[in-house]
Design a protein around this ligand. Structure first.
Ligand code: NAD
Length: 254
């Protein structure tokens, strides 16, 4: 039996990278999955799941729009009978922006809306379903860039630091409810977000150096983050709460 057998889950950012790998893994472990993304390619993730005999639906919209967040949480309840785990994973980078002095407040707001308000709204509406049920696991994707200065740009790092605090404070906010809130802090993973970094490094013949950044001497795969998300979504992590779990090949401790 799968580790999420019969569980109802939501995964945002499910059209690509870490979100797609997580949605597929959750389904393989027996969960139903509401796959959320602003990109239409989220339908391909759903097709991959249903072709393999799993159950999933796609919802297309912006995770920083509260009405949309309410609608995808409601979809999990209406189609799949409740909500056991919600993985608020969608995010954007601010890499490649102008130098610090040229950064605009408008750009900051764009990054904070997706990366910090998005998880806040997911936690708010997922918990409204989970608290009355007396159980549930909420997971957010932060980053090692939220633990210390890192790649992705200043607004990105600050937004991810905010996500780490958000899971700590909401875990406490939900004292005694049975609802857990945790974050995952990935290192460098090859996805749509970092494709440019990898392509640039390959073109320059320096792709090997990406691996040299951490003691495992390689970049990470989306599935390696998905397995951490599976752990947090499942009862295997029943006593893990308010944590930011680092999955970075040892980068942040090297
Ligand atoms: P990705 O670009 O492959 O996937 C992100 C997905 O989020 C995309 O499908 C995108 O369409 C979706 N998305 C973005 N903004 C959205 C919005 N407003 N509403 C709905 N969907 C939206 O990148 P990824 O690497 O899989 O990123 C997933 C998460 O992992 C992000 O939060 C990212 O910050 C985090 N992360 C990634 C890395 C890495 O190295 N790839 C490292 C640390 C943290």
């Amino acid at each position: 039996m799968g580790r999420l057998q019969g569980r109802s889950t939501v995964v945002t950012g499910a059209a690509s990278g870490i979100g797609r790998a997580s949605a597929i893994l959750f389904a393989q472990e027996g969960a139903t999955v509401v796959c959320v993304d602003r990109a239409e390619a989220v339908a391909d993730t759903v097709k991959q799941i249903t072709d393999a005999g799993g159950r999933a639906v796609a919802m297309t919209g912006d995770v920083s729009d509260e009405a949309f967040v309410e609608s995808f949480i409601a979809r999990a309840v209406s189609d799949f009978g409740g909500l056991d785990a919600c993985y608020a994973n969608a995010g954007i980078s601010s890499a490649g922006q102008a130098g610090f002095a040229e950064l605009t407040a408008e750009h900051w707001m764009t990054v904070l809306k997706v990366n910090l308000i998005g998880p806040f709204l997911a936690i708010k509406h997922a918990s409204k379903v989970m608290i009355p049920a007396g159980k549930g696991s909420i997971i957010c994707t932060a980053s090692v860039a939220g633990l210390r200065s890192g790649a992705g740009g200043v607004p990105y790092s600050a937004s991810k630091a905010g996500v780490i605090n958000l899971v700590q404070t909401t875990a406490n906010e939900f004292y005694g409810t049975g609802v857990r809130v945790n974050a995952i802090c990935p290192g460098l993973i090859e996805t749509g977000m970092t494709r440019g970094v990898y392509e640039y490094a390959r073109a320059k013949g320096t792709a090997d150096r990406i691996g040299q950044l951490n003691p495992l001497a390689r970049g990470g795969e989306p599935s390696e983050i998905a397995h951490a998300a599976l752990f947090l979504a499942s009862d295997d992590s029943s006593y893990v709460n308010g944590q930011a779990i680092v999955v970075d090949g040892g980068l942040s401790s090297s």
